[in-house]
Design a protein around this ligand. Structure first.
Ligand SMILES: Nc1ncnc2c1ncn2[C@@H]1O[C@H](COP(=O)(O)OP(=O)(O)O)[C@@H](O)[C@H]1O
Ligand SMILES: [Mg+2]
Length: 451
């Protein structure tokens, strides 16, 4: 599949800036949590439990189940979900959505969920291709008049001599390849690769053997060895959603793309089925490997019964990511019904849960977390400032103090100050409210309106 080469962005990491300090779960070989490791502080029981879940996932024993992180706000639920994805390996997709985010006027909520799920599954595709690779020794491009416009000259064919440490080969190439060579500005001394089948050209760099006056920082590479025509392995990581889009686009290249041009909002189920089948075939042939990632659903109590049932049904399928949910609610109404239930979840979902609870932090722990954040944002912070932030964290919320730290740091940096001091924190903290303050503020006005 040639199309695969067009999108090789790899899995995306979304909105996890506040958790960039987290590198893993910080466990030792026996799965015991170290007090501070991999950017995580304390919350020992939850981290060890998360470690066991990762083990289960790696052994394929988590199928049909989902993880629920239950705990008050700011107790590291999101942090632990991020850590789990990191623990699963490099490049493992992590997709985050909130229970409230699936409702939009334009798309069905099941469609939003399906898309998120497929974004959270990576496919590592290996492909062997025959390529001509070598340093360009001679290049002769013949041009002629364009068939569409006689006044315009276009490349018609080219003869190119490619050189490796072992041999030299002269090849004749057609107009499409010649055009690419011109577009890329390929000249003698460049190391290039031409796909033998589809003629795609890639410029690898400038050969270290060639002499060039070009002072631009071009990538210098050794002259390739081996034969000019050779088999090479290429590896791409795409998500199922990337593949869906490529297939849907190809199918849509009929009437729709003529009129709409833009991407369609929904991907039809047939395109997804085709992708699933293709991927399974690749896996069987050893050409691809699945990389299930983490789909993290925050505030899961905001999802209604339909969305929740969709998720528990999806867990049955083979191509499913590791589903990690979080909530800070105990018994509450299942949205869309009058039924009260733990975490606002229907029974079929409750039955599938692996539950991990998180506890509130003490002052010492808040302080340690803030220290790690300060380091992550490369800022110096003095003891007084840290003490004040810790106090704010304990009184208001951890998230609030992490935020204030970030803002104070950005402000100090913009003024070229070396250190964040207590005054900086005070200044920022008086300007921004935490959630409770903001709610009280709005209540005040609501009461006035009712008078
Ligand atoms: N145990 C921890 N170790 C390190 N950082 C943490 C820990 N718990 C929370 N954090 C950080 O504190 C902030 C708030 O935590 P978060 O994970 O958003 O809490 P929750 O999801 O439970 O509301 C985030 O920046 C998070 O990365
Ligand atoms: Mg969270």
């Amino acid at each position: 599949m040639v199309e695969i080469e067009e999108l090789s962005e790899g899995p995306r990491m979304e909105r996890i800036g506040a958790h960039s300090h987290i590198k893993g779960l910080g466990l030792d070989e026996d799965g015991k949590a170290k007090k501070i490791a991999d950017g995580l502080v304390s919350q020992i029981k939850a981290r060890e439990a998360a470690g066991l879940v990762v083990l289960m996932a790696k052994e394929g024993k988590l199928s049909g189940k989902a993880v629920l992180l239950a705990g008050p706000p700011g107790t590291g639920k999101t942090a632990i979900a991020v850590a789990m994805a990191r623990e699963l390996g490099e490049g493992v997709p992590f997709i985050q959505l909130s229970g409230s985010e699936i409702y939009s006027a334009e798309r069905k909520k099941t469609e939003v969920l399906m898309e998120a799920m497929r974004k959270a599954i990576g496919v590592k595709i290996r492909e062997l291709r025959n390529v001509y690779e070598g340093e360009v020794k001679e290049l002769d491009i013949k041009t002629g008049s364009s068939p569409y416009n006689p006044f315009v000259k276009v490349p018609q064919e080219a003869v190119i001599t490619l050189k490796t440490t072992e041999e030299e080969k002269r090849i004749r190439i057609g107009p499409n390849v010649a055009k690419q060579l011109m577009e890329y500005g390929v000249t003698e001394g460049d190391v290039i690769m031409i796909d033998s089948k589809d003629g795609r050209v890639s410029k690898v760099g400038k050969s270290s053997e060639s002499f060039s006056y070009d002072l631009e920082a071009e990538q210098v590479v050794p002259r390739p060895n081996g034969p000019v025509l050779k088999e090479k392995e290429f590896v791409y990581v795409l998500t199922l959603d990337d593949l869906d889009r490529m297939v849907a686009k190809r199918r849509g290249e009929g009437i729709f793309s003529l009129f709409l041009g833009a991407e369609e909002k929904e991907i039809d189920p047939e395109a997804r089925a085709a992708v699933d089948q293709q991927v399974k075939e690749w896996v069987e042939k050893g050409r691809a490997e699945m990389i299930p990632g983490v789909m993290f659903i925050d505030d899961v109590h905001l999802m209604d019964i339909e969305a929740l049932s969709f998720i528990s049904r999806a867990m049955e399928s083979e191509l499913v990511p590791i589903i990690v949910m979080a909530t800070n609610r105990g018994i509450t109404k299942i949205r869309g019904t009058e039924i009260e239930s733990p975490f606002g979840m229907p029974l079929d979902l409750l039955d599938r849960l692996v539950i991990i609870t998180t506890d509130k932090y003490g002052e010492e722990e808040v302080k340690d977390i803030l220290k790690i954040r300060a380091k992550e944002e490369e800022m110096n912070i003095d003891n007084e400032a840290l003490a004040l932030l810790t106090k704010l964290g304990a009184e208001k919320s951890l998230r609030y103090s992490v935020q204030i730290l970030g803002i104070a740091g950005a402000k100090a940096r913009s003024k070229n100050k070396e250190k964040v001091i207590k005054k900086d924190i005070e200044e920022v903290a008086t300007r921004f409210s935490d959630v409770r303050e903001a709610v009280n503020h709005l209540k005040k006005y609501e009461e006035e309106l009712l008078k």
